[in-house]
Design a protein around this ligand. Structure first.
Ligand SMILES: *Cc1c(COP(=O)(O)O)cnc(C)c1O
Length: 398
């Protein structure tokens, strides 16, 4: 159990439910939300060899490592083209740029996601049009999307949140009828699949991945990837990635520097060989949480995330009516948790001019108040999970 030291320490005052006098001794286990050191320990030699190979080549920008990674990711997502980019945010941005989205256009997306999803729309001068989520999946409500379609809708951006791939059929149909593009934000869902086994990212016109270190396939820094079957779009994205140039020093489009580093690609190629096995371990950990928490769930009104076969559990997010108290309680007992996300996108200060109000998207707002991510990663052990769940049970009795 790398990283999780057990240590004894004198507990805080017993909670109101426990009326023993004085203090009690408690075994505190330190549990991070994500243990990247444990993962690194398991692949250290392979990664170091790959990094040294790049150092020896002294080719740092794009190059053969990136080209190989692109081939491998296209193969495992069953898409024709994959284009390595500088981050998940840039994957989304360059996809919208390639679709020529700008002022006067509307892009429909979820009110409950990481900021980048909406940020890229606004950066291009287009209008983010938010919709509420489905409470049981945290993903955008397809029925709500239909009601927001207008003649200005140029794209729909579903997010496969927390590792759960959304069922996109009805959204694909809406987009087709309107001549809009579906851009999948699959940043948290590398390796996930929908009910028909289609890879997250491969279902819409374009799919975007992030290799931010905490994602299921994480680099040693920033990185991202765009996948698509559309050859013309792939060509535009490739061009936009290097300032829109084709050929060199002749600029057909105004692009940017959205390139992926060779060092990152080399690390990612090593990790890609392990990611299926890590996904299975994440799914196993999620199943163990479900078993260990079944009782607490009913006693304490916790809602556990609904499973589906293609879920890759980038996060294991429960809901609790006493989220903030539970979080503090767990934190005092060494269990790191996180709130994704404390404020929905429509209520962010920077979108004030869009004139959304509290109450517009009740499900997203409720999730912001109730959701709590528990530690989950492939190396998480049964004793660690028993400890987390034991503390959650203890919270109920406090
Ligand atoms: C991480 C993430 C992004 C952005 O990816 P970066 O690589 O951090 O730029 C976008 N959308 C979602 C849903 C994410 O989780």
């Amino acid at each position: 159990m790398a990283y999780s030291r057990s240590k004894s320490r004198v507990a805080h005052q017993p909670g109101p439910g426990r009326d023993q006098a004085g203090t009690e001794r408690m075994n505190i286990m330190q549990l991070p939300l994500l243990d990247l050191k444990a993962q690194y320990d398991s692949i250290r030699q392979e990664v170091e060899e790959a990094l040294l190979r790049v150092c020896a080549s002294q080719r740092f920008i794009l190059g053969p490592e990136v080209a190989e990674l692109e081939r491998e990711i296209a193969a495992c997502t069953e898409t024709r083209f994959a284009i390595g980019v500088s981050s998940g945010t840039d994957a989304l941005l360059v996809s919208l740029m390639a679709l020529d989205i700008g002022p006067g256009d509307e892009v429909i997306t979820t009110a409950y996601s990481f900021f980048a999803t909406a940020g890229v729309i606004a950066r291009l001068g287009a209008r983010p049009v938010f919709v509420d989520i489905e409470p049981d999946t945290f993903n955008m409500d397809p029925v709500a999307v239909a009601a927001r379609m207008t003649p200005r809708t140029r794209a729909i951006m579903p997010v496969h949140l927390f590792g759960r791939c959304m069922e996109l059929d009805s959204i694909l149909e809406l987009a087709r009828e309107a001549g809009a593009a579906v851009v999948e934000d699959a940043a948290q869902s590398f390796g996930a699949a929908d009910g028909r086994g289609r890879a997250a990212g491969s279902i819409g016109a374009v799919g975007c991945f992030s290799f931010y270190p905490s994602k299921n396939l994480g680099a040693f820094g920033d990185g991202g990837m765009v996948v698509t079957d559309d050859e013309e779009l792939a060509g535009r994205i490739r061009m936009l990635r290097t300032h829109g140039e084709a050929p060199k020093y002749h600029h057909r489009l105004v692009g940017g520097n959205f390139r992926l580093d060779s060092l990152q690609a080399a690390v990612l190629r090593v990790k890609l060989r392990h990611v299926a096995e890590w996904t299975q371990a994440r799914r196993g950990a999620a199943q163990r949480y479900r078993e260990l928490l079944a009782e607490a769930a009913s006693a304490e009104h916790l809602v556990l995330p609904a499973d589906c076969p293609g879920h890759v559990y980038n996060q294991f997010v429960i809901r609790s009516p006493e989220r903030d108290r539970l979080r503090a309680y767990l934190g005092d007992r060494g269990v790191a948790t996180e709130v994704y996300y404390p404020s929905p996108l429509h209520l962010q200060e920077c979108f004030g001019s869009l004139s959304y109000r509290e109450g517009d998207f009740p499900q997203a707002e409720a999730a912001a108040v109730c959701s709590l991510a528990l530690p989950i990663y492939p190396e998480l052990t049964l004793p660690q999970q028993q400890y987390v769940c034991g503390q959650i049970h203890g919270f109920g009795g406090s």
